[in-house]
Unconditional design. Structure first.
Length: 508
């Protein structure tokens, strides 16, 4: 039977989504996610966040079964599987590949002191030049916590994995990972192009705990006989792509080349840009990981036998959509919609007539070197300003925080000319989009896509169905293009400069 579908799996902390993509048309044939209510996060102590990996597998099975049923697809019709997953987690298994403890997931903060101590004792120059980041609260530091606090469990660990590695293991019975995955856990050395031995030695880890490293786009493993029987798949179906959610989001938006940007603006906001040379921010205000198409000497699938530096520089702003939602609940007229808010804001000129909102009210911000300034409002005139001024100033403040972080990315050598985003969340707001384009000077392109569809197309690249990313994403639907407003450049620049001065005053 002709194989005509690709499967994409997106393993998030709130749900697991599956999509079935038609190879011939590039269209999504079916999508589903489970659970239908947000998945539980175990938090037995303040700052802890854990999930049972078995829960990811159970929800993946339900989502996969639903999309196959809806498309009337059989296992024989599926050509390959791709996986996207929540980043920075830690899964520990024993020699029987049984999970030893719940996974410590991305938002767990217990390992912060372990990363900070490593950064201090190893030195900023060593860590930043080799890891491109502080060890921080990433996977390596989480393993250090397990080693010190749960030695009986640590001594039984055969391999450690990221969440996507675990799902691939359950599908295939094989344990492997990628350089991109190791880099997000602070376990990849960009100077040596190999696992970060110096950090593992510091923590006292054996390198044998790491899985085999395989290329991001490759036949990494194949569906086992037992998994095929459990899932209704064909034994031998290749698993041919894997990436963390932010690199995968960039892939989903066809962001592969230096200077291209992928952005999301939900509760928090992310600007993820591709850098073509090995570099880092000396103040560690952004994170830098290997992008999906980063190729290194010694890797089997290089471009014409040459290495190719493609790093993903990740800026995260905590106070994004959460501020807009707070304004809607507490400032806007009762019962108003976001669309109605946008209409009200359009009556206010660029720069909100001198009102500025510093949006950092959702915890410490990495772009501020982990300081917590809180949210603040500046420049209100009781005789002139209204609710609409506050609403517009809040959206402008969110945009300005993005642009402030993008200055760091430019200082690292990134030439930002184009921003790719899905038409969702804050990107539904014309004021948000127009302000971002006009202050950054970048053209914004809005697309219709999601992470699981991107993972499916990544699988198609990994198994050779698509020759390259342009072929894989030839059917990516562009919904709108927003160009910088050159005529209003001075007004936008003045508002941003005023906001920046006020941020510096509160961030002293």
């Amino acid at each position: 039977m002709k194989q005509k579908y690709l499967v994409g799996l997106d393993v998030g902390s709130s749900s697991v989504k599956a999509s079935l993509v038609n190879i011939e048309t590039g269209a999504c044939a079916a999508s589903a996610f489970y659970p239908k209510t947000e998945a539980p996060i175990l938090s037995v102590r303040t700052g802890w966040a854990e999930q049972e990996p078995q829960m990811w597998w159970d929800n993946m099975k339900l989502a996969l079964r639903q999309v196959m049923d809806e498309a009337h697809a059989t296992g024989d019709e599926i050509s390959a599987i791709g996986i996207s997953y929540q980043m920075h987690g830690l899964v520990c298994v024993d020699k029987n590949l049984e999970v030893l403890r719940p996974a410590i997931i991305w938002c767990d903060s217990r390992a912060v002191p372990y990363g900070e101590r490593a950064f201090r004792e190893l030195g900023a120059d060593q860590c930043l030049s080799h890891l491109l980041n502080s060890p921080g609260n990433f996977t390596a530091a989480k393993l250090a916590w397990v080693k010190e606090n749960e030695p009986d469990i640590y001594n039984r660990i055969y391999k450690i994995m990221l969440p996507g590695d675990y799902i691939a293991m359950r599908l295939s019975g094989e344990v492997n990972t990628t350089a991109s995955g190791l880099s997000e856990g602070m376990l990849w050395d960009f100077q040596e192009n190999r696992p970060a031995r110096f950090l593992m030695d510091y923590y006292g880890f054996s390198e044998s705990l790491l899985p085999e490293v395989v290329p991001t786009f490759s036949i990494q493993s194949e569906v086992s006989q037992s998994a095929a029987a459990e899932l209704g798949l064909r034994q031998g179906t290749p698993i041919s792509y894997r990436a963390g959610d932010q690199p995968n989001n960039a892939l989903s938006l066809n962001v592969f080349n230096p200077g291209e940007i992928a952005s999301t603006a939900g509760t928090s906001g992310v600007v993820y840009g591709v850098l073509g040379n090995v570099n880092y921010d000396p103040k560690s205000r952004v994170n830098t990981f290997a992008h999906v198409n980063h190729l290194y000497n010694g890797q089997s699938s290089m471009v014409n036998g040459q290495s190719q530096t493609r790093l993903g520089v990740l800026l995260c702003i905590n106070g994004t959509g959460i501020l807009n939602a707070w304004i809607r609940r507490n400032v806007a007229p009762e019962g108003i919609s976001y669309a109605d808010m946008n209409v009200m804001m359009e009556q206010v000129p660029i720069g909100s007539e001198g009102v500025s909102v510093i949006p950092f009210g959702n915890g410490a911000e990495r772009v501020l070197e982990n300081r917590e300034t809180g949210c603040s409002v500046h420049g209100i005139n009781f005789n002139k300003h209204s609710k609409a001024h506050l609403m517009r100033a809040a959206q402008e403040g969110i945009v300005f925080s993005f642009c402030y972080g993008m200055e760091v990315m430019r200082d690292m050598g990134m030439d930002i000319r184009k921003i790719h985003a899905g038409r969702a969340n804050m990107f539904l707001s014309p004021i948000f989009r127009d302000t971002l384009a006009s202050v950054s000077g970048a053209t914004i392109e809005l697309y219709e896509t999601d992470g699981s569809v991107g993972a499916a197309k990544g699988a198609g690249m990994g198994c050779g169905i698509y020759r390259n990313n342009n072929e894989a994403f030839a059917t990516l639907k562009k919904l709108a293009v927003i160009e910088p407003d050159v005529a209003q450049h001075a007004a936008y620049a003045e508002a941003y400069a005023r906001w920046r001065e006020r941020l510096q005053a509160v961030d002293r």
